[in-house]
Design a protein around this ligand. Sequence first.
Ligand code: AMP
Length: 458
Amino acid sequence: MQFTDLGLAEPILKALAAKNYATPTPIQQKAIPVLLQGKDLCGIAQTGTGKTAAFALPSLDHFARNPRQTPLNGCRMLVLSPTRELAAQIAQSFRDYGRFLKLSVEVVFGGVPINRQIKALSRGVDIVVATPGRLLDLLDQRAFTIKDTEIFVLDEADQMMDMGFIHPLRRIAKLLPKERQNLFFSATMPKEIEALAAQFLHDPVKVSVAPQSTTAERVRQQATFVNQAEKQALLTLTVRNEPIDRALIFTRTKHGADRVVRFLEGAGIQAVAIHGNKSQAQRTTALQAFRHGHVKLLVATDIAARGIDVSGVSHVINFEMPNVPEQYVHRIGRTARAGAEGVAISFVADDERPYLKAIERTTKVKLDVVPLPDNFMEAVRNLPKPAPPRKGKPQTPTQQAKRAEGQRRYQDQQKQPQRGAPDRAHRVEGDAPAKKPFRRRRNDVGAHKGAVQRTGGR
Ligand code: AMP
């Protein structure tokens, strides 16, 4: 089957051709014909399956065939997404697929000033992609209305539930008009999600592409048993030894993500973190740096990483094991996309063994147990200190790279035997041998401030 067989409007086919998309993915093949008939749909599909286009293409087709003035302060289509990143990504897909149609697309989420969003929405918009919290703010302020919505999409419903969005969703449901088309997507469909779906959907057609809780077949899955306190040393070795193009490293907590980044930086390895405590600007910068390959390692919490579509992720590293098996499936689904192969490496501490068991039971896949590397104990002993927490403005990826390189050199020099001139170990200029033994005078401190301060300024 080709996209041209689906009966989509010409401008949409043109946009697909421009992206070199010829063959619909399985979820698109199943969902698009149903949606073109105007039916409700309940889809079980993970990100990476092409589900955004599965709901965007038939909706764009509807707008292409039924042009209408946008409702004042309102929209014709509302898409709800759990995270800001996913919302921005979905909006971009609508813009891409709808580039030959004259449609307006706005994305609204928290963490950025609301006034600009109010202004953008005031004239009415065709497609609004929103996170539930900010949408409710706008609705409560009466700056926006969803009473004219023709198509409503709830994406990543299971994640919405995990994030505690159930009450906002119920409130939003009450404000939608009775007559509308509903689309509901979730990667998993436990009972409580089914109950939520029933509140939104009317006689839906059910489609499913990946059987619930199966893990990507092309992902090589490994586990290494390691003490929690020694995981950082194992991570440093893994990052150095594995042929990584891009790796996503998962921690359970935001604080944990920052700590991992600081330890990596301490070892001269550049990494960025993305989680809910970061400002929107920081999250966007980190994601862009990762997407464009300026930074190879992105450390993330589950919620921040959910739905992020970055191609070329060769490795997923579970620095901490997820306590819910489905979360493991989502995590490793970030790699082995678009026909590529991927590696998922799990660091399992003693108290995480039950999580591993639950994952293996659910996915019916036994992870390959990989022993600790030979030089592991040495790496534990020589683990560099974490870089101090950063204050002030976020650094650019280039600044971060320079900083990490400086730290790596400093750490290397610290490890060298301090023969002859003890102060040489504190030099940070580079690898060139010093012509004369370096003697620090009292008033020299300024030039070597960083090194002197970090060693206690003896
Ligand atoms: P999604 O599951 O919507 O996040 O999509 C995953 C990735 O697949 C995105 O980068 C899409 O642009 C891409 N994609 C979606 N549909 C197709 C298709 N029919 N052919 C090739 N790539 C696609």
